[in-house]
Design a protein around this ligand. Structure first.
Ligand code: SF4
Ligand code: SF4
Length: 239
């Protein structure tokens, strides 16, 4: 039986459950106006792997983007209300949500990668947090995670120890900034993106704490990632 062609939104909420949108220039007024607080945003840094709708592939991000964060461990948009299957900020939703028509994606595809908001567009000149973002990028820029993934297929000890140094530099910086500026975990994820050790875990890297800092090892094939207890997410701890 042939299915009827979709011509309007069915309000199923699947697009919102797949993840919040990236922000564009037009959305800056929403951030500055407080409808989209910094704690509800997360930065995806250049080099991180993300789905590219234009190529339909997971690829390293070529330019930083800021998007609405997910809920807990999930990418489902934090403004999605499962009870009503609706958007809790509908009147103030970002431009990418306003143009989204899953049955007719041309407008959405035309927006991909265009006029993206970056952290330094969002933080005003003179904001004390701007230098933190710049210093973190100088000390701990995100590597090309596709290249890292390849290096981790059969890594030498040098590769692991070098990554371990980068992981611990990143964490030490976050720990210091969280303490000095009393940052929440969500603010940290906007300012510095996700910590490197977290980005490594899908590649079979196991992380354990040692007196010298985090220690990286390669998980044995078929062994699941460690679960339970407190999981270190960034400079802060979260369950
Ligand atoms: S745009 Fe598509 S996926 Fe999103 S709510 Fe409407 S029908 Fe569902
Ligand atoms: S902001 Fe609203 S419309 Fe956009 S993804 Fe989130 S819940 Fe959906």
């Amino acid at each position: 039986m042939m299915r009827e062609k979709q011509t309007e939104c069915l309000c199923c909420g699947i697009c919102c459950q797949k993840g919040g949108p990236a922000l564009h220039g037009q959305d800056l007024a929403l951030v500055r106006g407080g409808q989209l607080p910094l704690g509800d945003l997360i930065t995806i840094r250049r080099g991180e792997l993300a789905y590219n709708p234009l190529s339909d592939r997971i690829e390293p991000v070529l330019a930083e983007l800021v998007k609405i964060r997910g809920t807990g461990q999930d990418w489902c948009c934090c403004y999605y209300d499962p009870a009503s299957k609706g958007c809790s900020i509908y009147g103030s939703r970002p431009v990418a949500c306003g143009v989204l028509k899953c049955w007719q994606p041309e407008e959405t595809l035309a927006l991909v990668g265009q006029d993206l908001l970056r952290r330094l567009d969002i933080l005003e000149e003179g904001d004390l947090l701007r230098p933190l973002v710049q210093e973190h990028e100088r000390l701990c820029s995100c590597p090309d995670m596709r290249a890292v993934e390849k290096n981790l297929i059969d890594p030498t000890e040098n590769v692991l120890r070098s990554l371990e140094t980068q992981v611990n530099t990143d964490l030490a910086f976050r720990d210091r900034m969280v303490r000095e500026f009393n940052l929440s975990l969500t603010e940290e994820l906007f300012l510095f993106g996700r910590p490197l050790f977290q980005l490594l875990q899908p590649f079979g890297v196991a992380v354990s704490e040692s007196p010298q800092g985090l220690r990286l090892t390669i998980r044995k094939k078929n062994s699941p990632p460690p679960t339970g207890g407190r999981v270190r997410v960034g400079g802060a701890f979260a369950r």
